[in-house]
Design a protein around this ligand. Structure first.
Ligand SMILES: [Fe+2]
Length: 168
């Protein structure tokens, strides 16, 4: 892979380390700590499942899981705003804005590999998500931020889980 690929992911790792510290600080301010409550390990499982598959890793980690972060973070910001937790709100806003670039790195390098292989990125993405990700993707999607990150609707909408008719 070109040097820019490594530069992007080192930048993402640096951001993630900062985000982890921001969250740790919030938890400590509230008298808790990271690890006090159980949490899912979906990101780590995805990393392990795609350990030998670069395109699978790019499809699932940044383009599905981190994109999901873009969908849910505005709602989390609202919750903390209503609770008057200004420090948490500021931290989440920082994380939210920086996560867009992580999804963008994923989409950029996924498209790069598909271009090199002469394959259709959308078709490859659909096949890899079906292979590595259990269940459908969960709407509502943050279409605006997903577009900013280079993730077009025809990548994720066809993979959306079945919704009851009243949500459509
Ligand atoms: Fe990220």
């Amino acid at each position: 892979m070109p040097m820019g690929f490594y530069d992007d992911w080192v930048k993402a790792a640096d951001d993630e380390a900062k985000h982890f510290n921001l969250i740790c600080d919030c938890l400590e301010t509230m008298g808790s700590y990271y690890g006090a409550l159980p949490a899912h390990d979906g990101m780590w499982r995805a990393a392990s499942d795609t350990a030998n598959d670069l395109q699978g890793r790019l499809a699932i980690v940044p383009m599905v899981l981190e994109a999901r972060g873009l969908d849910v973070t505005p709602g989390m910001i609202d919750v903390f705003e209503k609770a008057g937790e200004t420090a948490a709100v500021e931290s989440l806003k920082t994380i939210y804005s920086e996560e867009v670039s992580h999804v963008a790195y994923g989409a950029k390098w996924f498209n790069f590999v598909c271009g090199r292989d002469n394959s259709d990125p959308k078709e490859v993405f659909h096949a890899l998500v079906k292979r590595y990700f259990k269940g459908g993707l969960k709407p509502p999607f943050n279409e605006e931020k997903r577009v900013d990150a280079g993730l077009p609707p025809d990548f994720y909408w066809p993979l959306a889980e079945e919704l009851p008719p009243y949500v459509r």
